[in-house]
Design a binder for this molecule. Structure first.
Ligand SMILES: [Zn+2]
Ligand SMILES: [Zn+2]
Length: 194
């Protein structure tokens, strides 16, 4: 039995349902990153086992079953956060090592914010995508000021766009560069430098 949790994605919507052996497609057991959909296994004696947590449901009312499922989801989310925390630490370390003292737009990079590392992990970017943006920028935007008068400029690369504070060399944040932007910038580049 596979249930969608939240509004996951089109792929998950496709595989939602109750299946019976031997007609169970492999995809039913697959889960992508951040997917919280539940997959419960009901053997003949009708004790429900969760495929990911291996815990059994000892039978009971619909309400108890719902509660059981919610607990399973909580465990899965908790594990995901723990796993991500390690990944964020690692990403921040790699970025600090690879970018420290690199110069871009006349600014030397000093620090990588925690927020940047979190964005990289959450958005399925690689540390190398950030390094590539610094090494091969497609465009560097001019310095802007936010509502608290803090300066920053964006560096647009093929894979990621990052924001840097020119005053202290802190990499503030990062996100994926939209394909449209890359196409436009690459087109511009080719026109300017044939
Ligand atoms: Zn999904
Ligand atoms: Zn899902």
């Amino acid at each position: 039995m596979r249930k969608e949790v939240g509004n996951c994605c089109d792929w998950c919507k496709e595989v939602v349902g109750v299946y019976e052996y031997p007609d169970v497609p492999k995809d039913v057991f697959r889960r992508h990153r951040y997917c919280r959909c539940t997959i419960d296994y009901a053997p003949r004696n009708w004790k429900i086992q969760n495929v990911h947590t291996k815990k059994f449901f000892q039978g009971g009312t619909d309400k108890e079953l719902r509660k059981f499922r919610e607990e399973q989801v909580d465990i899965i989310i908790k594990n995901k956060i723990l796993k991500d925390k390690k990944e964020v630490n690692k990403t921040q370390r790699i970025l600090n090592n690879s970018l420290w003292q690199k110069e871009i737009n006349g600014v030397k990079i000093e620090t990588i914010s925690r927020h940047t590392a979190e964005r990289v992990v959450l958005r399925d970017l690689q540390a190398s995508d950030i390094v590539d943006t610094i090494d091969n920028p497609l465009k560097i935007a001019e310095v802007k000021y936010d509502s608290l008068n803090r300066p920053s400029f964006s560096v647009i690369g093929e894979k990621s766009t990052i924001s840097i504070n020119p005053k202290n060399g802190n990499v503030i944040t990062a996100h994926k560069t939209h394909t449209k932007v890359v196409k436009k910038l690459k087109g511009e580049k080719n026109e300017n430098y044939p």
